[in-house]
Design a protein around this ligand. Structure first.
Ligand SMILES: *Cc1c(COP(=O)(O)O)cnc(C)c1O
Length: 237
């Protein structure tokens, strides 16, 4: 028989969240940056609403989701938590864009004009403009998502002209590497793109990079938002 873990030995979501914040603070300190410059996005994909509530009760307000239908159900269940900020971070299929436009506050995975155009026309008039990050494919040849660096300008220009969208910055998921220098090199490429974009668009303020595996490298290269799932909610099945 498998012994049951008692509460005493269980690491709670609250404790993991505290550790995640401490890790961000340590990384910021090493990078000689202010911790307040880095937002933690808690990635709750595949995890139940109860887990989101546990994090919420510990002060977490920004949550990331990758699968449209699962996210819509969760957002509906958590409607009374009206100050949660929902970020869509997964690939967007055209036939799901209306649901994304209507239910999220941010979309971090816009990588083509066609999707930007749909989100703009489908964003309900009674809502604030949708905050948009352009997903860039850095150092990840296999990945199907993310535009090439050379395409950022054209996409940014398009998004900037959309009435229902606000361009806020860039997002990337580099190829997985356990080598710190390799991680930093990828993130610095994105940082260069971000610095340029900021000079063109004053409202651009968000560089979303860094996950459970590479928070330190991302923060050293100027990340303003790290997206952490596993370290907060545990492994996904
Ligand atoms: C799942 C996911 C994350 C979280 O990854 P972890 O390794 O669990 O921290 C971050 N960003 C994106 C885009 C994801 O899909």
């Amino acid at each position: 028989m498998t012994p049951q873990l008692t509460d005493k030995y269980m690491v709670t979501i609250a404790e993991r969240l505290t550790s995640a914040y401490a890790r961000i603070a340590d990384a910021a300190k090493i990078a000689q940056r202010n911790t307040n410059e880095v937002t933690l996005l808690a990635v709750s994909k595949t995890k139940p609403s109860e887990d989101v509530i546990a994090a919420y009760e510990h002060g977490q307000r920004e949550f990331g989701e990758s699968y449209v239908q699962e996210a819509i159900d969760k957002i509906a269940q958590l409607q009374s938590y009206s100050d949660i900020i929902w970020h869509f971070i997964g690939p967007i299929q055209s036939n799901k864009s209306a649901l994304v436009a209507a239910n999220f506050d941010w979309v971090q995975s816009v990588d083509r004009i066609k999707i930007a155009k749909r989100l703009d026309s489908q964003r309900p008039d009674d809502k604030q403009p949708l905050n948009i990050l352009i997903q860039v494919n850095i150092s990840n040849e296999e990945a199907k998502s993310g535009c090439h660096r050379d395409e950022i300008d054209e996409l940014a220009d398009f998004i900037n002209q959309c009435e229902h969208l606000t361009l806020r910055g860039l997002m990337a998921i580099p190829a997985k590497s356990n080598d710190l220098d390799t991680q930093i090199q990828s993130f610095e490429q994105l940082q260069t793109c971000f610095d340029k974009l900021k000079t063109q668009y004053p409202q651009v303020d968000t560089l979303s990079m860094g996950m459970s595996n590479d928070v330190e490298a991302a923060i050293s290269a100027g990340s303003t938002m790290v997206r952490i799932g596993t370290d907060i909610f545990g492994t996904r099945t």
